[in-house]
Design a protein around this ligand. Sequence first.
Ligand code: CP
Ligand code: NVA
Length: 308
Amino acid sequence: MKKPRHLLTLADLTAAEIERIFTIAEDLKSKWAKGIREPLLPGRVMALLFEKPSLRTRVSFEACMVHLGGCSLFLGQETGFGRRETMADFARVLSQYVDVIVSRTYRHQTVVELAQYAQCPVINGLSDLAHPCQALADLFTIRELFGRLAGLTLAWIGDGNNVARSLAQGCGKLGIRMVMATPPPYRFEAGFLEQLRQDVPQLDLAVTEDPVEAVREAAVVYTDVWTSMGQEAEADQRRQVFAPYQVNAALMAHAQKGTVFMHCMPAHRGEEVTDEVIDGPQSVVLQQAANRMHLQKGLLAWLLAAQT
Ligand code: CP
Ligand code: NVA
């Protein structure tokens, strides 16, 4: 049996593969806009295994599969995932029934183990380490907005979290410079940085404590919550540390005219971003969210075609 391809982090895809996924997504998006829902995956079944809440990831993946002629099973935690039997038994059984698994887990190691035993592709729909589908959709959105990726600068303001790590991998692969304004304790961990340098040696990454310096040259200003799911006990401390990193109108005034504002959502308005910015003319957050569906359609079509 052919070994399945997985998407656990963006280290799993080459730049050419990402471009191919973008091309398929672009084609399916323009057909969708004309009312055409091309059934590229008839009869295919996707399982969604989620340990944490989700609006965008869950619903966009489910809609994708319906548009592509397949179906999805939202399993949440009702299967006893991680509780009733070993991961090996669970993954080997589930992957005999379905063609692809999308999982959202607390620990990244959980999705790694799931993929290790699954006989079908496993897509990481967010773990504490990475959020590859989000970063792919974001890069697709930036390409749509600017008509190119290489040579642009993305300013990341805030926590060096799962979304930031996936963006760093994607930016490096596609030639975007990344400037992170992040307080020192919340920057990329040494182990991740070392791996990043190995996986994406061409990445141009700068780190600063000054959000103003970060946004000056940026085509994209990106932020995410200060407290990610699973870190709720640290929320008070994080609110204090990240207060100077809020993306507000005063900070955006230091960016160029055509700079766009991005956020993966859900947003904690009044914390990492103010209403005036997220609802303002530079914000592209709704286009970003919409593109989760279009991009993942390209991803599913590409990944499942690669299995046959
Ligand atoms: N951006 C994102 O993944 O949103 P959900 O948590 O709603 O899926
Ligand atoms: N960093 C956030 C992203 C949510 C989509 C979290 O992990 O909660």
